[in-house]
Design a protein around this ligand. Structure first.
Ligand SMILES: Cc1ncc(C[n+]2csc(CCOP(=O)(O)OP(=O)(O)O)c2C)c(N)n1
Length: 805
């Protein structure tokens, strides 16, 4: 394999051309020597945890090497990632010591979550697995045996850190998000320190690259701190890392420019003194920054500490196999001895490797010896796996009555303007438990009223620094998402408003997060958390300054694909419904909520009371626009603009073809459409028929991609009578009404479809005048098109509220 045969272990970086003077930027601190006891305790903890982690990957029996290791003691499928484990264990052992020495509130966020054996081994040693899985993973021989033999097999822990891992607040799979989530966790948590280890491969990702800047959004008066630990072990799966090929000069200049003080930890012979000294220094620096801010004299652009940890990948593992380096090379990334169960020479290397930890000295009768436990916090609740904020943190919000912000029926209102005012009050009443993360679109999305009593929390800007603030506006959707995750998983509530088109940037990140939440719901010992809340606006339907590039409603599909009990998608048709929905979502727990609405003034159809009922029901017949009798056709609007077009179509049909009996239904909660019992919100069969009839043509005008709605309707009775129109990738910088025309969801398109459907379903009167009516509709389209082309705007009366006799 190209690049695979690097002849030296742990190869150093080539020297850069930067002047030596930049090395003055690297923090030099006098080496502190750990006490003999602490040093021994750390070494023993690391030895024991490395043994257990390795055993988890390999052994299905003889777990403490009680007898000579045989082929049959080796698991049939060898799964897991060894290379990152020694580094993760090293850090975990030190953090517990730091907590013990300073009584810290600390969380450990692990970027390289593929190193689950490391985390689990350490959590077993500190007794956290026993606490959460009593009888299963006790500090006993059988508990240890279970841990080792069940790892990566059905029924045991999976290969990556997930919500089953005590102390975890981050799904360990898709790399890149640990750092932003860590910063979200410390926001409004002034006493919390999160130590976040970032793999040097992970650090190559876009999301991590942008997350380093998060210190610039952290006010040390109101928030805690993150200690980033960049783990430079030099390799990814099979390639060297960028950071591993950067020398110290390049690394310190890069991170100094980002605003950090960099301490490089690389003294492999005295790694424990080196690392503990660096962590103590980090804490001192954090305290200085916080003390100044909390004492009223905040430091301008404080230089937050960070650690760069250079240790070999797969450290303490086998040195080489068949002439190929393992320790200090990418060969240690997953299973360094893949044929240990079938090849005697590999089995022998495994035996030597596992024996090198001398586990019988460290674990007796299934219990870690006293020296291992000495470095742990005495109060178990402070141990990394047992800190309550990581598993039962929900604080909830003081409720604000949304009806106080309701607007008058019959007027035109912007959902966002109205919601901004409501959120302003929510933020005032909940000054430390809600935040909003926005990719520089708050003004543009017309939510600016939120800033009436709070501000943007940007510490590098002299005009907003040192003043706190509920709002972070950074043009990194990844940071917004990561902050929201960390903030939510530590008990608080967050909102992420965005242009509709760009939320897809965080699609997989949102999916990863929802995987964490799904498993968290299944884990008995985890409490509830708030939902994560997306507001999508500046939608494809109303592009003012923008156009085709800004049209993409695909995030709806991303949320629809989540587990039914986690996904909620709302398309409130007017400002009062929008308010009611936002209020509902802020109270809800454990969901991914997506709320889509317009920032432009649009018709308010329902009073506050009517809106409350409509949102509760998820859908209703809009009687003001519907016939009294059994309809010939049912027109369904889902989404603000397309619903307006449906109502206008009903108005038009009433004037040109009153013989056609039309019913108008609005759906505000998309999930009610799903087949009965497939979603908690799904309408019963009876209710579905009440709204949509058994057999009448059902014409949906949908805000999103038609196929996504079609997928939801599959399984409902008589789908052949249904048609779904929606966004079909047509658009440019054009007028709002032309956008409806080009996507074939305008009132004229709806009316023409309704006429044809009414005639086809047997209404003789409609049949008789079908051609004539279609001609009228066609002429109207031509007229409006011509007006738009001639004037560069829509006809003035096109958005007049529909009137029904
Ligand atoms: C976003 C993403 N891309 C690719 C992968 C596949 N992958 C798993 S581990 C890994 C290498 C990670 O290297 P690093 O972050 O340095 O971790 P370590 O060396 O400590 O294992 C890769 C590329 C992934 N999990 N996530």
């Amino acid at each position: 394999m190209p690049g695979s045969e690097i002849p030296v272990a742990n190869p150093p970086a080539l020297p850069s051309h930067l002047p030596d003077s930049v090395l003055d930027l690297a923090v030099q601190i006098p080496r502190k020597q750990l006490s003999k006891d602490d040093s021994e305790s750390l070494r023993n903890f690391q030895r024991a945890a490395c043994y257990i982690a390795a055993a988890m990957i390999f052994l299905r029996d003889n777990v403490l090497l009680e007898s000579e290791l045989q082929r049959e003691h080796v698991k049939p499928r060898l799964l897991g990632h060894w290379g990152t484990c020694p580094g993760l264990i090293l850090v975990q052992s030190h953090l517990n010591l730091l907590i013990r020495n300073h009584d810290l509130n600390m969380i450990y966020v692990i970027g390289p979550g593929h190193g689950a054996p490391a985390a689990l081994a350490a959590l077993w040693l500190e007794g956290s697995l026993e606490k959460f899985y009593p009888g299963e993973y006790d500090l006993s021989y059988s508990g240890l045996k279970n841990l080792i033999t069940r790892f990566s097999v059905p029924g045991g822990f999976p290969s990556h850190i997930n919500a089953e891992t005590p102390g975890a607040i981050h799904e360990g799979g898709e790399l890149g998000y640990a750092l932003a989530a860590s910063f979200g966790a410390v926001m409004d948590n002034p006493d919390l320190v999160v130590a976040c280890i970032v793999g040097d491969g992970e650090a190559e990702t876009g999301p991590t690259a942008t997350a380093w800047h998060a210190i610039k959004y952290l006010d040390p008066k109101e928030s805690g701190a993150v200690i980033p630990i960049l783990h430079v072990n030099g390799f990814k799966i099979s390639e060297r890392t960028i950071f591993g090929c950067m020398d110290d000069k390049e690394i310190v200049t890069l991170f100094s420019g980002y605003g950090y003080q960099v301490r490089i930890v690389e003294d492999l012979d005295n790694i424990n003194d080196d690392l503990q000294g660096a962590l103590e220094w980090s804490l001192d620096e954090i305290r200085k920054i916080q003390k100044a801010a909390r004492g009223g004299e905040p430091i301008v652009k404080p230089r937050w500490p960070m650690i760069v940890l250079r240790t070999p990948k797969g450290w303490t593992g086998p040195k080489e196999l068949d002439g190929k380096l393992i320790e200090g090379s990418f060969h240690s990334h997953q299973v360094p001895l893949p044929k240990a169960g079938t090849d005697d020479s590999q089995l022998s290397v495994l035996k030597d490797w596992l024996s090198s930890y001398k586990i019988s000295e460290l674990i007796k009768d299934g219990k870690p010896n006293g020296s291992i436990l000495r470095s742990l916090p005495q109060n178990p609740e402070k141990r990394l796996g047992q800190f309550k904020t990581t598993y039962d943190p929900y604080v909830g919000l003081k409720a604000v009555d949304w009806k106080d912000f309701a607007v008058e029926k019959g007027t035109d209102q912007s959902c966002m303007k109205v919601t901004g005012k409501f959120l302003d009050k929510v933020f005032q009443d909940n000054p430390t438990s809600i935040r909003l993360f926005s990719p520089d679109e708050l003004e543009s999305n017309k939510l600016d009223a939120i800033l009436d009593h709070t501000q943007r929390n940007f510490q590098w800007d002299e005009y907003s620094r040192a003043n706190g603030g509920r709002v972070i506006e950074t043009l990194s959707e990844h940071d917004c998402q990561g902050f929201m995750q960390g903030y939510t998983l530590t008990g608080r509530t967050a909102l992420f408003p965005s242009y509709e088109s760009f939320l897809g940037i965080v699609h997989t990140m949102m999916v990863q997060y929802s995987k964490f939440v799904k498993i968290a719901r299944e884990v008995k010992w985890r409490g509830d958390i708030a939902s994560i809340n997306y507001i999508e606006t500046s939608t494809w339907a109303r592009q003012e300054h923008n156009g085709f590039s800004h049209q993409n409603p695909s995030f709806i599909g991303a949320v629809l694909n989540l587990k039914a009990d986690a996904a909620r998608v709302y398309l409130p048709p007017d400002a009062n419904c929008f308010l009611s929905t936002v209020h509902h979502c802020l109270k809800s727990k454990n969901y991914t909520n997506l709320i889509i609405g317009s920032k432009q003034p649009t018709a308010v159809y329902l009073s506050a009371e009517e809106a409350a009922q409509h949102c509760k029901d998820g859908a209703s017949i809009w009687k003001f626009a519907s016939c009294r009798e059994e309809p010939d056709v049912v027109l369904v609007g889902i989404g603000v603009e397309v619903t307006f077009e449906v109502v206008k179509a009903a108005e038009l049909l009433r004037s040109i073809c009153p013989e056609l009996k039309v019913r108008v239904v609005n759906v505000t909660d998309l999930m009610i459409l799903v087949e009965e019992s497939k979603h908690p919100h799904a309408l019963s069969k009876e209710r579905f028929v009440e709204l949509f009839t058994h057999d009448k043509p059902l014409l949906f005008n949908f805000h999103g991609y038609p196929t996504e709605l079609q997928g939801l309707l599959f399984g409902r009775e008589n789908v052949a009578r249904m048609t779904v129109e929606g966004y079909i990738e047509e658009g440019t910088t054009t007028t709002p009404f032309n956008m409806m025309l080009v996507n074939r969801v305008s009132r004229f398109d709806v009316a023409a479809r309704a006429l044809k459907a009414g005639a086809a379903s047997g209404n003789k009167e409609v049949q008789a005048k079908l051609d004539e009516c279609l001609e009228v509709v066609k002429n109207k389209v031509a007229e409006v098109r011509e007006f738009i082309m001639d004037n560069g705007k829509d006809p003035d009366d096109i958005y007049d509220m529909a009137k029904f006799e």
